[in-house]
Write a protein that binds this ligand. Structure first.
Ligand code: GDP
Ligand code: IMO
Ligand code: MG
Length: 459
């Protein structure tokens, strides 16, 4: 049995909890022999980090790129080679990382026709769409389970191009037969150019089995961090199906996503915001403004919202306006797609569910500063379903009519930044309530977007 274990860093909500910042902070303390790996997802992820006063959004590359540790794109990922190449170009020249970067041969390649399949099938669903990021993630994983996917290891085979053309043709046939969509060369031309340039780049990178890399690191007692993408409620099986992504986002996904025994995986650190957001369609019991907000966020652009609501009031009696104020204050705009993130209050039943599924006994609470300008905040402590109070999450959350029971908390009077490394008493009341109710410790509290905007507890 190895002494060190992998630490999964997992989102406990619907993604965008601040995982990137959390991982970057840990990474800044790691040594060159330590390891940060992604184990699932693809460039549907958008992990924002601040480095030397500039913000970066990482989609495929682990958020530890500015540290010294080794970084690895694991077996459970889907990788768009063109997107990887573009992302690599955004990293400043003085950061040497290509010698620290490796990729699993088992990771699935996202092809231009996967991206087309994603967007055409979403359009076809009309009002029933999932709200996918349109990055071809679901069709890429579909090909894995259909046992016909191209994987990173295949790029060294002589027949790779032939297999690519065959599979792309099968995709075009599906587009034609199932969706009555005739693929034109214009649809995929640019992405194909990027794909082949990306393949060239991939051939120059270090391709290593995730499992051997991890075994070696754990065996030498180095630190291994597994950076989750998306969030627990987007897990393909245990999230709010069907409004989910197509991979296992939970801590259980670390073992299967990397090909390692489950006993190598240690306790997860769970990350959640001081409120809730969701991007795309699907159930969101605590959404401020309810259905009106969901439709607004589906149909409107940020520029329009800004013009229409110059100064939304976080203390408005109109919950829809409060939700807009929360979005503005937290800058809740999709890092990948620029869509409006739906906003709402913290949801204890869902958080408990997520904590249990990941066994996350250490938590990071982010974006507490975003609540500075509220007078009062709310937390949903239970649901009323068919007249009964419960904290059980129904199997088909999106079909069930839920009434939320709320508890209110007063908000601190000054900005959190005025309190330095401490927290005002009102914030501590809120945090201690969460710790007691959730049965877990909140080890970090995020008080701003940059790496140093953190109050450490229990140290
Ligand atoms: P991820 O996908 O989980 O990595 O999260 P995103 O990067 O998509 O979204 C989180 C956003 O919140 C980013 O813009 C971060 O810079 C920002 N952020 C993270 N932690 C904090 C915090 O404690 N306070 C504030 N104000 N912003 C934060
Ligand atoms: P990070 O890692 C928030 C959402 C999409 C959509 C659903 C399915 O930044 O937290 P997909 O493109 O995977 O088929 O979309 O999942 N989604 C995310 N929402 N953060 C993410 O990643 C997401 N990745 C996918 O909006 O509702
Ligand atoms: Mg994100």
């Amino acid at each position: 049995m190895k002494q060190n274990k992998i630490t999964p860093i997992i989102g406990l909500q619907w993604g965008d909890e601040g995982k990137g910042k959390g991982v970057a902070r840990i990474a800044s303390r790691l040594k060159s022999s330590d390891l940060i790996v992604r184990f699932q997802g693809g460039n549907n992820a958008g992990h924002t980090i601040w480095h030397k006063g500039k913000s970066y959004v990482f989609k495929l590359i682990p958020s530890g790129v500015f540290g010294r540790a080794q970084i690895h794109l694991g077996a459970g990922m889907v990788i768009n080679p063109g997107a990887l190449r573009d992302e690599i170009k955004t990293i400043p020249k003085d950061v040497s990382f290509l010698n620290r970067l490796s990729v699993s041969p088992h990771a699935v390649l996202t092809m231009p026709t996967h991206i087309l399949l994603d967007s055409v099938s979403e359009k076809n669903k009309g009002k029933k769409k999932i709200g996918s990021t349109g990055r071809g993630i679901s069709p890429s994983y579909t090909d894995l389970t259909l046992r016909r996917a191209l994987r990173v290891g295949d790029i060294f085979q002589n027949d790779f191009k032939k297999r690519y053309v065959k599979l792309a043709n099968e995709h075009k046939e599906t587009l034609q037969k199932v969706f009555n969509y005739k693929t034109s060369s214009k649809d995929i031309k640019e992405n194909e150019k990027g794909f082949w340039k990306g393949i060239k780049l991939l051939r120059s990178l270090s391709i290593i089995n995730s499992a051997s890399l991890i075994e070696k690191a754990l065996g030498s007692e180095y630190i291994v961090i597994a950076e989750g993408a998306q969030g627990t409620l987007l897990d393909v099986r245990f999230g709010n199906y069907p409004y989910v992504t197509s991979s296992h986002t939970i801590a259980g996904g670390v073992a299967t996503g990397l090909g390692i025994p489950p006993e190598y995986v240690g306790g997860a650190i769970g990350i959640f915001k001081a409120y809730a957001t969701k991007i795309g369609e699907g159930p969101f019991p605590t959404e401020l403004g309810g259905k009106k907000s969901a439709i607004w966020c589906r149909d409107k652009k940020y520029a329009y919202e800004k013009k229409r609501f110059l100064n939304p009031d976080p203390n408005s009696k109109d919950e829809f306006e409060q939700g807009i104020a929360l979005r503005r204050l937290g800058f809740e705009i999709g890092a990948v797609t620029g869509r409006l993130r739906r906003t709402g209050w913290l949801d204890i039943p869902l958080l408990k569910y997520a904590i249990n599924i990941n066994n996350a006994r250490e938590l990071v609470l982010t974006k507490l500063d975003v609540l500075n300008n509220f007078k009062k905040i709310k937390v949903c402590t239970s649901y009323i379903i068919a007249g009964k109070k419960t904290i059980e999450i129904p199997f088909d959350l999106f079909r069930v009519k839920i009434k939320c029971v709320y508890k209110s908390f007063p908000v601190w009077k000054r900005n959190l930044s005025d309190y330095g490394n401490t927290l005002p008493k009102e914030a501590l009341v809120y945090i201690k309530f969460l710790e007691k109710t959730l049965g877990a410790k909140i080890i970090y509290v995020g008080t701003g977007p940059e790496e140093h905007h953190v109050v450490e507890r229990y140290w």
